[in-house]
Design a protein around this ligand. Sequence first.
Ligand code: FES
Length: 155
Amino acid sequence: MIKSKIEDNPSSEVIDKDFEPFILGIFCNWCTYTGCDQAGTSRMQRPANLRVMRVMCSGRVEPEMVIEALKRGADGVLIGACHIGDCHYVNGNHKTVRRMPVLVNLIEQYGFNPNRVWLRHISASEGAELTEIVKEYVKILKELGPNPLKNQKSR
Ligand code: FES
């Protein structure tokens, strides 16, 4: 567990212009992961800040997974889910939507900025939208600065 509260509110003087955020994408296999693949095969250019972990449904994303990613130094976690009504397991994405306020509240209690985790609904045919979302997230995380736990070994 994280032992002490984190300071995650950088002042504008501290902003590092060379900082490249690391984003962990936790993507549903049936929608965002496929959309990501489609963007790649269509040769859409997007920032190289994203690493993707595939899950079978966004409902599978436990808060612990996000906390662990932040604990290990991820600057942002992007959860990719099917659009409402399109979940292959009927209501997995409804659970994710309901879980988000709790998750955001939890990371805020640790001291993380709420923008360290995003949920976006991106279908398999929305590779272009995914590309734009990643670009926007990179921009926001650059303004936010590095995860305060980055490069800290014993938390
Ligand atoms: S199968 Fe995609 S969110 Fe459930």
